[in-house]
Design a protein around this ligand. Structure first.
Ligand code: NAD
Length: 487
């Protein structure tokens, strides 16, 4: 374990994300020895907190994670609070002075990690000030971690990116997509490129279709204000889903380095077929949850319009037109208030070209990668039924891999993994601007068609606790397929 030297400057240090995700993740890195002595964290936000108060908040956020009070105190003593309004230039001067002081005190050597954990509308002004007020050092690295959402369409993402790139070159911009920090999402590459059986078969000659489900049991909760302006397409498909699809469909990277992996992903997304309006109608369906199981409809939630047309469910068929993947339907679906919380990938292989077992139905082989809630792998195969008294019968055999209790404990939280990656300058688990461009162009075409109401959808159209509207089943049935993951 190599100790990392860094000064973190967190914008939005009093926020929900900072307290729920960032401080616990940074603490884990501290416990494991990635952060030891040469690090400090400046939290900034508008509220006038003292260092002592801030440290108490940090301690609260790691409650239950430490063995001794001493460890918690030693850790929280690395935290400093700076009251800061992001639009006030003079505040950056104070911030620079504090940063320089802490850089000296903790012998950090000029490495800076700026974490933008607040509303993206402030990202531009923060980045501009970081440059103009010389918060970037010349002695170490200067990396910026950017939270989602990265724009709401191609045009606004471009503006945002232009603002950030005035101050930070692409190599220093780490756009977070926390799904890329999940063990089983990272495992896709190992499964595909580490095994002859899958490497040889991962193409349109052997794969019938690929399915990705990202289902949530929760409703919109207290995020309705934001969600009303976003919807499931922007909130989940544009980022997490398309990132997973890129990993599932990219060609083998030349080597497992940032540049090569990113190129492979960029190329996959470049080959994502952008739909015309008619094709959107054919290939994408949307839904919004109605009441059910004693839960309110989306339109009855706080801060939603009574006639809201925001989609809380999306299912679609994607096509990646590369030599290997062209013609393989990639079905995706995501939604709120579905039957369960899960992230799951099913790769359905084609049947053997000739069934020699005459009366025995052979089924499709299916590789299932479960990302959430518990990482696991399953391979479904056809096998001979064991025992006397049968003719030659075949049946379904499941090869299962589940994590041991020990392994489960060692699975890092996605944010922990990604923060460590950023400290090491490892960029492959972050989204490159070119990937975002292709993703937004794809999503914009769907959004546009829906805004023109090509599908003439009527909301609400699925009750809480189901796996979405019946149009989602029909989408696959049209191709003679069905969702492998049913509840
Ligand atoms: P939040 O509202 O809880 O926190 C926002 C922070 O920004 C607060 O610390 C607030 O004081 C600060 N702030 C607001 N205006 C300011 C100003 N003018 N000057 C200085 N500080 C100001 O938000 P959050 O939930 O922590 O989310 C932060 C970012 O992370 C957003 O981009 C969000 O989309 C993203 N995100 C959050 C979550 C999550 O689980 N909370 C998950 C994914 C992405």
């Amino acid at each position: 374990i190599k100790e990392q030297k860094a000064l973190f400057i967190i914008f939005g240090g009093t926020g929900d994300l900072a307290q729920r995700k960032l401080y616990p993740s940074i603490f884990e890195l501290y416990k494991k020895g990635y952060l030891k002595r040469n690090f400090a964290i400046i939290g900034t936000a508008r509220r006038p907190w003292t260092n002592d108060y801030y440290r108490e908040i940090v301690k609260d956020s790691i409650d239950g994670m430490y063995d001794s009070e001493q460890t918690a105190i030693a850790f929280s003593n690395h935290f400093y609070y700076q009251s800061h309004n992001v639009t006030d230039t003079s505040h950056y001067v104070t911030l620079r002075q504090l940063a320089e002081k802490l850089d000296g005190k903790y012998e950090i050597g000029g490495n800076r990690l700026f974490y933008l954990a607040m509303s993206p509308r402030f990202f531009g002004t923060i980045c501009e000030h970081l440059k103009s007020q010389e918060l970037k050092t010349t002695t170490g690295y200067n990396r910026v971690i950017v939270e989602k959402p990265f724009g709401r369409d191609f045009a606004s993402a471009t503006i945002l990116n232009n603002e950030i790139s005035q101050s930070f070159p692409e190599d220093d911009v780490f756009r977070i997509d926390h799904y890329l920090g999940k063990e089983m999402v990272q495992n896709i590459a190992a499964i595909r490129f580490g095994n002859s059986i899958f490497n040889a078969m991962w193409n349109n000659r052997y794969i019938s279709n690929i399915q990705v489900t990202l289902s949530e049991a929760l409703g919109v909760e207290e995020r309705a204000g934001y969600y009303e302006t976003a919807g499931a397409l922007r909130d989940m498909i544009q980022n997490h889903m398309l990132q997973i699809v890129a990993l599932l469909t990219m060609s083998a990277p030349v080597s497992f380095t940032d540049a090569d992996i990113r190129n492979a992903k960029i190329n996959a997304l470049k080959c994502l077929k952008v739909y015309t309006k008619d094709e959107v109608k054919e290939n994408f369906v949307r839904g919004q949850y109605d009441s059910g199981r004693n839960l309110p409809a989306y339109r009855q939630e706080d801060q939603t319009a009574p006639d809201s047309m925001t989609e809380t469910f999306v299912a679609g068929k994607l096509l990646i037109n590369t030599m290997d993947m062209a013609g393989v339907p990639i079905y995706v679906r995501t939604g709120k208030r579905l039957a369960t919380k899960a992230t799951r990938i099913d790769v359905v292989f084609k049947q053997v070209p000739n069934n020699v077992f005459a009366d025995n139905d052979l089924r499709h082989d299916v590789l299932t990668i479960t990302v959430d809630p518990e990482p696991s792998l399953r391979l479904q195969l056809n096998s001979k039924t064991i025992g006397q008294g049968y003719d030659f019968d075949t049946h379904r055999l499941n090869l299962d891999y589940k994590l041991s209790e020990e392994q489960k404990k060692s699975v890092p939280e996605a944010y922990e993994k990604l923060i460590l990656d950023a400290l090491k300058g490892k960029a492959s688990n972050f989204t490159h601007w070119k990937e975002l461009q292709y993703s937004w162009k794809f999503v914009d075409a769907i959004r546009q068609a829906w805004d023109d109401n090509v599908d003439q959808v009527v909301f609400p159209n699925y009750p809480c606790g189901e796996m979405g509207p019946d149009t989602s089943e029909k989408l696959l049935a049209k191709d003679g397929n069905h969702w492998e993951f049913t509840i």
